[in-house]
Design a binder for this molecule. Structure first.
Ligand SMILES: Cc1ncc(C[n+]2csc(CCOP(=O)(O)OP(=O)(O)O)c2C)c(N)n1
Length: 407
């Protein structure tokens, strides 16, 4: 597509808006046609392109057919554009996409693939800690990923000076970050005199109609499995060893052999399957999600439930919704493993002993298992192993044997 064709496409979308055809919030691209046309000359067909709420141009330039993009916008997916065949994905959560880009890039490097990840963000996403974590990770591990900051000096309407007290630019490593400046010719959606949604309310469908809920996965009960005589910790260790035979990666901190093996439970997992991460819980979940796009089944270890809360965006907004938002094209077979320090020798005070299971049950649609016995541990991890979508397993420290467990 050339510059004029891009502009013409967005004009058509404005026309749909003026004719009351757009169901709800949408974001227009504009003013950066030349810059994007230049960047997309380097983007290969099989590469991943990850974008934000403002993604129409990126989708078109990565080869999504115009009528498909237009239809998605008419269906309410302006902010949620995706295409599995062309490796195109977006997140409408500011700062939500960089960590996912990192996970994909990690998996591609592992496979010696020559595919590359192009992650587009606005200068608003540049404000976030998520972006800083992702850039540091890609730079440090030299992953095949580039972040492009599309700097219009606006987050909705606030410029950098208003947001940070200075308009000085943050410095990022030029190994993996590229910035271009442009002026957006449109106001942000829902600013004064633009995107008056009072008319569209009349044609509003329900959340379920726009984004049909997926049926919950069902699993066999595995009651016929002989468990034998073992402790809770031995059962978890055995379950981890079994999982380690699949195409899994064990992600988190204190997972590696020299770092404690997740309370000793990962002794039977090959070292090359353990990825010791920074203490960056949101990055951990996002990494896992990105890896899962490339066929890996990640097991993310949060050593206390309290810490999982720090990674709740990756879990609640991304891992939980990716399949539903993409009408099943992208799946997230991620196992989220956590431990609640519910009293006994491991009680460590508020912020180290909380149980957020109820909170997560409200937040996510996928199964959450709470094994209380060795039998349940083995059975629940079997279900997690076969799951096609995400699963959370909440272990309880009170079930562990205090004498043999060190952390
Ligand atoms: C985590 C999060 N916080 C707030 C918002 C609301 N929001 C939507 S777009 C936007 C501004 C983003 O600015 P920028 O990243 O520079 O992108 P631009 O809109 O300029 O393309 C905000 C704050 C959001 N979507 N996600």
């Amino acid at each position: 597509m050339n510059k004029q064709q891009l502009i013409d496409f967005e004009s058509k979308i404005i026309n749909h808006y003026n004719n009351n055809k757009l169901p709800f919030l949408f974001h227009l691209s504009g003013g950066n046609e030349i810059e994007l046309l230049e960047i997309f000359q380097h983007v290969e067909k099989g590469d991943y392109v990850l974008a934000t709420h403002r993604n129409h141009y990126h989708a078109l330039l990565h080869g999504l057919p115009q009528d498909k993009v237009e239809q998605r916008i008419l269906d309410g997916r302006s902010m949620f554009m995706y295409d599995r065949e062309r490796n195109f994905f977006s997140s409408a959560i500011v700062g939500g996409i960089p960590g996912i880009a990192v996970g994909i890039a990690w998996a591609l490097k592992q496979k010696n693939s020559d595919q590359f990840v192009w992650c587009f963000v606005g200068d608003g996403a540049e404000d976030t800690g998520n972006f800083a974590e992702a850039v540091r990770y890609v730079d440090g591990w030299n992953l095949p990923c580039k972040f492009i900051i599309e700097d219009n000096d606006k987050s909705i309407i606030a410029n950098k000076k208003t947001r940070w007290g200075t308009s000085d630019l943050q410095e990022w490593p030029n190994t993996c970050v590229y910035r271009y400046n442009y002026e957006l010719p449109f106001p942000h959606a829902r600013t004064k005199d633009f995107c008056d949604l009072s008319e569209t309310k009349k044609i509003l469908k329900t959340d379920e109609e726009y984004f049909p809920k997926l049926p919950q996965e069902t699993f066999p009960d595995f009651n016929d499995i002989e468990i034998g005589d073992m402790s809770y910790k031995e059962a978890v260790t055995q379950a981890m060893t079994e999982l380690g035979k699949d195409n899994t990666m064990f992600i988190g901190y204190n997972v590696g052999g020299e770092f404690g093996n997740a309370m000793g439970t990962l002794q039977g997992v090959p070292e090359e399957k353990k990825l010791e991460t920074p203490v960056a819980e949101n990055l951990m979940g996002s990494l896992a999600l990105g890896m899962s796009f490339e066929g890996i089944k990640p097991v993310v270890y949060y050593e206390r439930h309290d810490f999982m809360l720090v990674g709740a965006d990756a879990i609640g907004n991304h891992i939980n919704h990716v399949e539903r938002l993409s009408h099943g094209e992208f799946k997230a077979p991620v196992i989220l493993r956590t431990v609640v320090a519910d009293g006994g020798p491991f009680y460590s005070g508020p912020t180290h002993s909380q149980d957020f299971t109820k909170v997560f049950r409200e937040m996510v649609d996928f199964p959450i298992f709470e094994p209380m016995t060795p039998d349940e541990v083995i059975r629940d991890y079997k279900k997690a192993q076969m799951a096609k979508g995400p699963v959370m397993i909440v272990e309880r420290k009170s079930c562990y044997d205090g004498k043999t467990t060190t952390i």
